[in-house]
Design a protein around this ligand. Structure first.
Ligand code: ASP
Length: 439
């Protein structure tokens, strides 16, 4: 067995957290490849080292003095080094950083140092080899992640290594310039490493015991999810459930490697398993509920629309021409509704309306804002009768008016449009009917 373990920022924010991570790694000899994030927050009002690096670099870029800020970053690492009683020094690294900041090596380079330095500390603490992600994780000249070249380089490098620490969040172009993934990207690195070493499992250690059925800001103490499929997770994370970076499933998905989300502060918890497919039933008919506010619906009417070939294409063309992506397009006989993000749409609204008139010649257009979308996701819905019925009767009892219904043909999810102000009530009603009433 071979396991890749990724530790998030809060799991490595202090020497105390490092010790917890070290204990977890040492407890299982199969945990051979470690991907660390940069130190995160030690307490709620604390700053993440990545944010400190961005701020410090911006000062350097504007030609301002950044000594104090760089010194504060160095102290974060020194505190960890001292707390772990290590004898390493990062002085040379900080000298190089100072010089590179002055020479304007770029924001990506600056941000990547958070993981780079934490990787050096982690490797020293564990007695593992250190592999600079800049040497093995590649981006194309266009700035896209080069999955195949990376897989080859990384696979070759790690093949003969008993264990290694590979910092998360960054890689480099062919010419050596550093490039980072988007924020939270160490999750992606963990997945890339898991694929390259053909790991049996990718353990992602964070500060929660996995995914929850619903957002704890809306539902008090929600139940956890034991097992979720990649596809279900995709639906939920798209709709706002954020524990894992959205793109982190792709590398492991290709190889069918499961991801296990675990809690560094509660290592005894099993966490959530993210798998390709499973015959395990979810505890409840639904696996999870998520949602987002801030949508707008553009309702287009035209008599005999259903007979007119190309009508939908012309309408969507109007959105495309303004660079607006759409979320859902439910349609009726003489109506078609396009759901878009309100903030993206607002400034371009009249331009889109006139383009629809010009291209598709509708009878009328009606726009409604402040809408929320709620996604009820679950592989169990496919084989269960009455799921939709239960959802809508729960919403009716909670006095929530349903403005839109969209069930994908995969029967994996049902998306419901409600007014923004009904968002929380809708989620509570659905949670109650599927989870609370089953407990
Ligand atoms: N340190 C980076 C961030 O704060 C990447 C990560 O933690 O995954 O976004």
């Amino acid at each position: 067995m071979r396991k890749v373990v990724k530790f998030g920022g809060s799991s490595l924010a202090s020497a105390e957290q490092f010790v917890k991570a070290g204990d977890i790694i040492r407890a299982d000899g199969e945990r051979r490849f470690v991907v660390p994030s940069a130190p995160g927050k030690r307490f709620p009002k604390d700053e993440k080292v990545t944010d400190m690096l961005y701020a410090c670099y911006h000062l350097a870029e504007e030609g301002k003095d950044f000594q104090k800020e760089l010194g504060a970053i160095a102290s974060r690492y020194q505190e960890i080094i001292d707390g772990l009683a290590l004898s390493i020094s990062l002085d040379k690294e900080f000298e190089a950083m100072e010089k590179n900041f002055r020479e304007k090596a770029g924001e990506n380079y600056a941000a990547s140092r958070g993981e780079y330095l934490n990787g050096i500390v982690m490797a020293a603490y564990l007695g593992f080899a250190f592999v600079d992600a800049g040497e093995v994780i590649r981006f194309t000249d266009k700035g896209e992640f080069d999955s195949e070249l990376t897989n080859q380089l990384l696979g070759e490098k790690l093949k003969t290594m008993e264990n290694a620490v590979i910092p998360g969040f960054y890689g480099a172009y062919g010419d050596g310039r550093v490039k980072t993934f988007s924020r939270g990207g160490s999750d992606i690195t963990g997945s890339i490493v898991a694929r390259a070493v053909k790991a049996d499992v990718y353990e992602n250690w964070t500060d929660v015991s996995g995914f929850l059925v619903a957002d704890p800001k809306i539902i008090e103490n929600p139940e956890g999810i034991d097992t979720i499929t990649y596809r279900e997770l995709r639906e939920l994370s798209y709709m706002g459930a954020s524990v894992l970076h959205e793109d982190a499933i792709f590398p492991v998905r290709r190889e069918g490697i499961p991801i296990n989300i675990r809690n560094t502060n509660k290592p005894q918890d099993e966490g959530t398993w993210i798998v390709e497919s499973t015959c395990q039933k979810s505890k409840y008919t639904i696996t999870g509920i998520a949602g987002k506010k801030g949508f707008c619906s553009v309702n287009i009417e035209k008599a005999m629309m259903n007979m007119e070939i190309g009508f939908g294409r012309k309408v969507l063309q109007a959105f495309e021409d303004s660079g607006i992506s759409f979320e859902h397009v439910p349609s009726g006989i003489d109506t078609m509704t396009v759901f878009v993000h309100q903030d993206e749409f607002m400034d371009k609204e009249q331009k889109v309306v006139s383009a629809i008139h010009r291209l598709a010649d509708p009878d009328g257009i009606d726009i409604e804002g402040d809408l929320a979308l709620v996604a009820v996701v679950g592989r169990g819905m496919k084989s269960t009768r009455g799921t939709a019925g239960r959802i809508f009767s729960a919403l009716a009892h909670a006095n929530v008016n349903v403005k839109m219904i969209d069930q994908g043909s995969s029967e994996l999810n049902i998306i419901i449009g409600v007014a923004d102000e009904d968002f929380e009530t809708a989620i509570k009603a659905i949670y109650d009917i599927f989870v609370v009433s089953q407990l």
